[in-house]
Design a protein around this ligand. Structure first.
Ligand code: IVH
Length: 685
């Protein structure tokens, strides 16, 4: 970004952040999620660091919390109440470490102190000769508010230190509220028809600013100390924590000494996951230089000490910029639009693209190349574009429109369908070079699906490899995978002796994958993994020898449309698709090649299950399970006699609900379907 572009971007970011701030703090309404707003603020500070001459005194980056409010006595802090600089990624921690080394003139090796950062309200407690004398809010960092009467109601704050400490000592920490108390208070608010609080931090802050201490007492506030100011000096930050505890105040108990960055990363990775089990909300961790002498030497820049940073745990929402919208042709010829982003970290992973589903979706959200968008990764795996931040739209953008052709092939849309398609039939008929590009895209998708985890699960045959094989003209169907040689693979980019050998072996071994996996891998329209299982079971019925793949094929090719429709769980649409697939000469030629390649595809050990906890039961899975993948859990249920269904209905016997279960759980509760926790499920098995 050049100077001029940065000026424009900064001005837009400031306007938007100020507006959101006003909404939240003055109007009490939240327009944009906190996480998305944080992400804009982070972009602002990063950009200001890159162009320091563009920092203005009124930039949102230059402010510490809110202004002191009327109604409380103003108190000037003896030493400024600082804040911390945020980092959002491990590389940023590296940068911090390098900067420390540069400032010190040598690498720092004295270790770090990592502590969880509470999402609460900063408070400074002043004790004189051991007696609690004053509590002051941060305010603007220089002048805060005297909230002593309110702080007195918080039981975690001792009114006298448990050890005689002569003179003045100031202990800083965070007022917070436990998750369950937060839920309780919000429920009470709702009962009374009063507005609920957006998060525990707002509630803690709102409570500390109550003018009636009696109300504060009902708020179940608590406190963790994290710093000692004035009077005492300590050799390490750990000693400071020990002191706080020794004089009778609580500290967050999960702090850890770390000697190197990898250890810090380990701590962060652990808590990013485990924080959901804590009784209070934590939004990150503070990484401190352990050695207090070095911490002091590093000093303060702006409003933050150089010797500590706040690592923010990744949010489930963030903002990023759409660099491009690319259209991908799927294995059925359907076109899926994908937004490509500046990569961002979200809910623990880095995301660089998200599907935009279809043209209607793009139009409805008016997503344009160059737009700043809010992306979300809630619970599940797939990130989505929530909305465009319109105020940040650069000038000169245009609404995104689908091209009329892709690689020269007409793009069509059938009435009543959401997706656009490339006209495959027209391409096949025309036989043009341009059409070939599209056909080879479709072929890549088919092979990717065939090799995917839920289907034949061929290790080493991912997107990149498939693309290289197809582009090198080494395969023109998934059946041709089986005649690939190591020598051929060695001519392909990225392959060496060992990897080539491994792939050939993995492909060979896939002939023993169960029939249901193969049937799914064929990519027959409307035939998902469950239908494939039904079909495989049906084919095995009444056959007493080991069913071979050619037996199965012979049978499938003789089935009439009617016969397909009579299969359990197969409706007219699926039946038609199956019937035309097994009558289509193109497809059948590929299947013959599979037979020739030695495809075995045994039926799974199919003793019909008659005993087991799930015999005759239909089970739906939702959420994330800790000990099993979806596939594994499904297999276990089937082996115990059960059937898997994808949606909750009156026919459902059990809902197996993991972490972050969503709408299926609600539906199951409504229908009074028995809900199994993962533990209960394991117990039943
Ligand atoms: S140290 C000298 N340690 O997070 C800097 N802060 O994002 C003082 N916070 O202003 C902060 N837990 O209100 C520190 N263990 C912890 C903390 C913590 C929560 C808050 C504090 C601070 C803000 C910075």
């Amino acid at each position: 970004m050049n100077h001029e572009q940065a000026t424009e971007r900064l001005s837009k970011l400031r306007t938007e952040i100020n507006l959101q701030r006003y909404n939240v703090h003055v109007l009490n309404k939240e327009d944009m999620s906190e996480a998305a707003l944080d992400s804009l603020k982070h972009e602002l500070t990063q950009l200001e660091q890159e162009f320091p001459d563009l920092i203005t005194p009124d930039s949102p980056s230059q402010r510490v919390a809110g202004k002191a409010m009327e109604g409380f006595k103003k108190v000037t802090h003896q030493s400024r109440m600082l804040s911390l600089n945020d980092v959002f990624s491990y590389p940023e921690l590296n940068v911090w470490e390098e900067r420390t080394a540069k400032l010190l003139g040598q690498p720092y090796t004295g270790g770090y102190y990592a502590e969880l950062k509470l999402d609460g309200f900063a408070l400074s407690l002043i004790y004189i000769d051991g007696l609690f004398s004053q509590a002051v809010t941060r305010g603007d960092g220089f002048v805060g508010e005297d909230v002593t009467v309110n702080a007195r109601t918080i039981e975690a704050i001792p009114l006298r230190l448990s050890q005689a400490v002569p003179g003045r000592v100031e202990i800083r920490g965070e007022v917070y509220i436990a998750k369950k108390d937060f839920a309780y208070i919000n429920a009470e608010q709702e009962k009374k028809g009063l507005p609920t609080y957006a998060n525990p931090r707002n509630l803690a802050a709102g409570s500390m600013r109550q003018l009636d201490p009696q109300l504060v007492a009902n708020r179940r506030l608590s406190f963790f100390g994290y710093a000692v100011i004035g009077g005492k000096t300590f050799a390490t930050h750990a000693d400071e924590h020990t002191f706080i505890q020794e004089v009778g105040l609580p500290v967050e108990p999960h702090s850890q000494l770390c000697s190197t960055l990898p250890q810090i990363e380990q701590f962060l990775a652990t808590w990013e996951e485990k924080r959901k089990d804590l009784a209070y909300q934590t939004d990150g961790a503070v990484i401190n230089i352990l050695d207090e002498g070095v911490f002091k030497e590093l000093g303060v820049i702006g409003k933050a000490p150089r010797g500590a940073v706040a690592f923010k745990f990744s949010a489930e929402q963030t903002t990023t910029i759409v660099k491009d919208i690319v259209l991908r042709v799927g294995r059925t010829g359907a076109i899926t639009p994908t937004a490509e982003f500046e990569p961002v970290r979200i809910a623990g992973t880095t995301v660089a693209r998200a599907t935009l589903h279809n043209a209607d979706e793009i139009a409805r959200k008016d997503i344009r190349i160059g737009d700043t968008v809010i992306i979300q990764k809630a619970g599940d795996i797939i990130p989505e574009v929530l909305e465009v931040v319109l105020s940040l739209r650069p000038s000169g953008t245009v609404p995104y429109l689908y091209p009329e052709t892709i690689h020269g092939v007409p793009v069509i849309r059938r009435a009543g369908e959401a997706a656009h398609y490339v006209d495959v039939k027209a391409v096949e008929a025309a036989g043009s070079d341009e059409g070939d590009v599209v056909l080879s895209e479709i072929l890549k998708r088919k092979i990717e699906h065939y090799a995917s985890r839920g289907a034949m699960d061929i290790t080493g045959l991912g997107e990149k490899v498939v693309a290289r094989l197809v582009d090198a003209d080494l395969v023109s169907s998934f059946a041709e995978l089986y005649i690939l040689t190591k020598e051929q693979l060695l001519t392909v980019e990225g392959f060496a002796e060992l990897s080539a050998e491994n792939l050939v072996t993995a492909i060979k071994e896939s002939v023993d994958k169960p029939l249901a996996k193969l049937l799914f891998g064929l990519g027959i329209r409307h035939v998902g993994s469950e239908t494939a299982i039904t079909l495989a079971r049906y084919l095995g019925v009444g056959i007493d020898h080991q069913l071979t793949f050619s037996d199965a094929l012979n049978r499938l090719r003789t089935l009439t449309l009617d016969a397909f429709e009579k299969l359990p769980d197969v409706g007219p649409v699926v039946a038609t698709s199956l019937f035309s697939y097994f009558q289509n000469p193109h497809e059948q030629a590929v299947l013959d090649q599979l037979v020739a390649a030695g495809m075995h595809a045994p039926l799974e050990p199919l003793q019909k299950v008659t005993v087991g906890p799930f015999v005759g039961k239909t089970v739906v899975l939702t959420g994330t399970l800790a000990a099993y993948s979806r596939e594994e859990a499904s297999d276990l249920i089937r082996k115990a006699g059960g059937k898997i269904s994808t949606s909750v209905s009156a026919e459902t016997d059990y809902l197996l609900a993991g972490e972050k279960a969503g709408s299926k759980l609600t539906k199951a509760e409504e229908l009074e379907v028995a809900i199994l926790t993962e533990e209960e499920f394991a117990g039943l098995l």
